[in-house]
Each structure stands twice: as C-alpha cells, then as structure tokens.
Design a protein around this ligand. Structure first.
Ligand code: HEM
Length: 288
C-alpha cells in the first residue's frame, strides 16, 4: 500500500539524498563545536558562531538543512508505515541486506535522534528566534555609542525623568562591569541575560546575539544534559553506521569490491562523528 503516490524507490532515493546532506552537515557542525575546547576564552567559537549567524550563504544553507531534516523524518515515517502494512508479503521474501537487524531499528534510532533534536533546539537554536531565553553577547563599542547618544539627548533636555533615571542606572552599571562579563579581547560583553543587555545597552537595543559559548559551557555543567547528549551521540553512531551502508545500496554501489570499503567508511564515520561530539561534554565534565 502506497501512502503517497510515489514509487518506494523514489522515496528511498529522496530519503537517501536528504540523509546524505545531513551526513555532510555533521562534520562541519562538529568542527565548529570542537573550537569549544580551545583555551582561548571562547574567541574562536564565538567568531565561528558569529559568522554562521550572520553570513547570508550560511542562512540559505540553514533553511535547506532544516528542510532536509524535516523531509528525511517525514519520508522515513511514511516508508516505515508502508513496510509495516506490507509485512505479510515481505516476510516471505528473504532480505539481501547485510544488516537487516539494524535496519529494522533505524526508525527507532531515528526517533531518538529526532527527540534529541527537539531538546537540542530548545537548548540552542530557538534562542535565535527569541522562543527561549539564553545568554547573549554584544560589542563593547556599542555600549559607548548608545550611551553617548543618550548623553547628547540629556544635554539637549530631550529626556524625561524616567529616561534620566534609566540613563543614570546605565552609567552606574557600565562603570562597574565585572570582568567575567567581558571576553578575553575586551571587545565584547558576554554571558549576559536579557535584563543585563537592557541595563548596559538600554531598552530596545537589538544588536546582540546568542552567546553559544557560555550556553554550551552552562549546558554541560549540568550532568543530566551531558548524559542525555552522550546517549544521543551513541544512538547517532548506530544510525549513521547503517545509514551509510543503506545509502550505498540505494545508490546501487553494491559490489563485492566496494561493499567492504563502504563498510569500513561507514564504521569509521559512525565512530568518529559521535566521538568528536562526545569529546565536548566529556571534556567539560572530566577536565574543566
Ligand atoms: C556537543 C554537541 C553539540 C553542541 C555543543 C551543539 C551546539 C549547537 C549550537 C550552539 C547550535 C546553534 C548554532 C546556530 O544556529 O548558529 C546548534 C544547532 C544545530 N545543531 Fe547542534 N550541537 C551539538 C550536536 C549536534 C548533533 C549531534 C546534531 C545532529 C544529530 C546537531 C544538529 C544541529 C542542527 C540540525 C542545528 C540547527 C542548524 C544550524 O544552526 O546550523 N547538533 N547546535
């Protein structure tokens, strides 16, 4: 039974194509994350995050990526339901795949990864859209700029009493900014709550961005989250191993010469990716 009128092979190819895109995204994401381990007070990681958050090509890539995640999940669910409905017939046919056991669990490992992504987006991604509150950073230079503009307005008698009081509070706050609120270069204020952004930069200031460095450190300081993330990385490993083998099969790369090589590549990728991600919480727990 076909839930959506495309041949199963078309759906499998689409599933593989979106999956392939996700496979390419993972090493980039991991590479950026590994900057968290540098002992540079977050400079590299914040620069990378700033680039990723402001570059227009990356923004287009991000939309394609999120669409790929969604389509990959939707097609996987449709194919699984179709397989389930076709089961009485399928059982009579012996499967040729080398990993039938794991293939049956792909929908479950995928489901766990989807749950992880929901948690992950709540932890980080949704902060960009103000759906959850996080920690923020903004340029130090902007503090002076905003303050000077208001000071001119004060001199010209354009501020009412409330605005004058707010300006005084801002003056007091910026004259005693604690060192932990500055990054190493002293060019940015970091680790700021929303109230602190308003306090230092004034109400309505919008030129700030999520401070993913502080947020990652705070997240992995929490053991429960570290364990949830480590568990998700382990499951990701199982999912990736079968995913690459299955992708090769869909692309027709099954050949007695290539299959062992593909198997080694799948295994290497499936071990190295989760390990690369896992180093971050492990480092934060045991070394920091
Ligand atoms: C130590 C592990 C990880 C950390 C610290 C981390 C951190 C982050 C951060 C800070 C963002 C927001 C970046 C931005 O939008 O500028 C993000 C987004 C995202 N993460 Fe992760 N991540 C980790 C692991 C993973 C894993 C294993 C996956 C996939 C299974 C993943 C998938 C995504 C996706 C799809 C996005 C949204 C797209 C994007 O912003 O590029 N992350 N992650």
């Amino acid at each position: 039974m076909k839930l959506i009128k495309f041949a199963s092979i078309t759906k499998k190819i689409a599933l593989a194509a979106f999956g392939l895109f996700l496979l390419l995204f993972l090493p980039v994401h991991m590479g950026i994350n590994l900057c968290l381990l540098r002992e540079d007070g977050g400079e590299w990681y914040r620069n990378a995050s700033h680039f990723m958050g402001t570059n227009y090509i990356v923004k287009v890539f991000e939309i394609v990526l999120l669409a790929s995640v969604l389509l990959h999940i939707i097609i996987a669910i449709i194919l699984s339901i179709e397989n389930l409905l076709a089961r009485p017939i399928r059982y009579k046919v012996k499967t040729k795949t080398k990993t039938p056991f794991m293939s049956r669990y792909m929908i479950w490992t995928g489901g766990i990864i989807a749950c992880f992504l929901i948690i992950h987006f709540i932890n980080f991604y949704f902060v960009k859209f103000d759906l959850v509150e996080g920690k923020y950073s903004a340029e130090m230079e902007q503090v002076d700029k905003v303050f000077q503009e208001k000071a001119v307005k004060l001199q010209q008698g354009e501020l009412n009493e409330k605005e004058q009081a707010t300006l005084m509070a801002q003056y007091q706050a910026i004259s005693q900014i604690p060192v932990e609120k500055m990054d190493k270069s002293k060019k940015n204020l970091v680790n700021l709550s929303k109230e602190e952004v308003s306090l230092y930069y004034g109400e309505g200031f919008e030129d700030y961005e999520p401070d993913f460095y502080t947020m990652s450190k705070d997240l992995f300081a929490n053991k429960t989250y570290s364990i949830i993330y480590l568990f998700a990385f382990l499951i990701l490993g199982f999912h990736l191993y079968h995913a690459i083998n299955s992708l090769a099969q869909t692309l027709g790369l099954n050949h007695k010469k290539y299959t062992p090589i593909i198997d080694i590549v799948s295994l290497a990728y499936a071990v190295l990716m989760p390990l690369g991600f896992a180093i971050i919480p492990l480092w934060m727990i045991f070394i920091k």
